[in-house]
Write a new protein. Sequence first.
Length: 637
Amino acid sequence: MCSLLARTDGAVEHLARELVSLQAADGSWRFGVETGVSIDSYLIILLRTLHMDDAKFISGLSSRLLSKQETNGAWKWFADEADGHLSATVEAYCALLYSGLIDRSDERIVRARQFIISRGGLRQISGLLTKVMLAVTGHYPWSTLLRIPVELMLLPESLPLHFYTFSAPARVHLAPVMILSDRRFHIQPATAPDLSDLLLPHHGDPLHSPDSGRSRVLDSLLKEAASGVSKLAMLPKEARKLGLQRAEQYMLERIEPDGLVYNYASGTILMIYALLARRYPPDHPVIVRAIQGLKSLVLTNDGLPHVQNFDSTVWDTALIADALQQAGTPPSHPSIEKTRGYLLSRQHTRIGDWSKSAKSAVVGGWGFSDRNTMNPDVDDTTAALRALSPSRETDAPQVRDAVDRGLQWVLSIQNKDGGWPAFERGKDNALLAMLPIDGADAAAVDPSTADLTGRVLEYLGRCGLTQRHPLVKQGVDWLLERQEPDGSWYGRWGVCYLYGTWAALTGLKAVGVSSGHETIQKAVRFVLNAQNADGGWGESCLSDQQRQYIPLGASTPSQTAWALDALIAVFDKPTASMERGVDSLIASLNRSDWTASYPTGAGLPGDFYIRYYSYNRIWPLLALAHYRRKYGGTSGG
């Protein structure tokens, strides 16, 4: 035991020193994220489409795409994905041809084309953004894509369905898509590749299949829009014109200081095409700034550029500052003081869309990215509060005020069902989840989730609140009612059941739920049953597609840390399983194989996963710090 604690001490101190050494001058940490090949591909296509021929940049992006290709010609989102991902392969294939740097006869292109054809061609792709990008560039028929009328922008919020019924991330992607689909817009330079050989014959377009439930939902939405517009005493042509104007205005009003829409590269690229459809010239200042913003998301690893879909600066910074303090770094340490200044400067002061469904809320949340000013989220806000709270009582009034406003904002976002969503309350309309759009059940709505609810409860527990508090009790009840039969919880923003179970367990324990409670014991059994032979834990990204726990067959550092931290929250004394977990976690810190790069952040099931470069440091530091603090402190002599 002493030896294990000594090694734990060593690992904690090493991680803490390393993180402090990597801090930026402004107090932030800028690790960045890896988000597949989609945005790299889209940006190559966009630049070539606009004749912005940044040859060196395009060459670098193309080289990265080729470096990620599998031997069978496909591209994958994660290592254990069978064969490859059709949408990702289509995106990379198309981008490489657009780059002009690789010929159709190149054997790598030939293998990619063979893979696409073997999977049914373009009509079988699942990703909505992939389809839109192909339609915008003239390679995919708009007629096969679901058209949501721009008149939706005019519907009053008193109706059951309206534009603001959609989640915040969905809206900034939906607004440009409505403009593009309304115009059936496409732009195709003379040098564009011919992809017609990939539009294979098909039997039964999935968008027009006789899916009675999903089709009825679409019909209902379209009738609602038509009915709502008719009540505006407006001719159809006028309504369409005003709807287009409103959609354009919506995009423009949500451009952040870096030129990006809500800091999303994907939404920004769609916005650029939508503005072109609205007859903006390519050299318009909004488009030029947007391109600059996209290039600001470039992350270089192994000498090759990668365009992130967003930066994770606020998220990483808040998590690291908390982990360091959990590991014993005092609030007065220069590193924490610098971080405090950074986080205070990133607290929101602008009223955003969230206020529409939380009218009594005060401004005070935090967003995910460095330049986010209007789209706060619950996870980042509680992360920032954890980082700031240790100095609340002794520091300047500015810190106390920031913490109070942040806490009030989080509490105001709690859903009526007792759980917490990511961005806005009340965005859980079941009809939207049933829309015949790929991924609508995840992207169109923002319901309460186990990971968000658990993390909020964990923070409230740190504040001294227990389940006797009415709001806390509602959150506890929500979690207790939604435990899976195997004892786990589904995590929306991490992979996946390990993530959700860790968040739920640590949250429930923080607010005083007994370790002997049957719900806690069932969760513990799930975690222990999922432990690998090497003592660690690992879960496949396939879990969120099959909606059940799928073991990875290997251990990853972040998932091992989550599972271990969950057990630490429950047990008063370390168990043999936990000691094996600590051993495995410490050993994983020196690994550089595929398990170290496996994505454990979730975006859209089946179509978007995130590798956080910070995660293999943050979560191990937090779990190991909790282990040594609870079970013996430093081993000393």
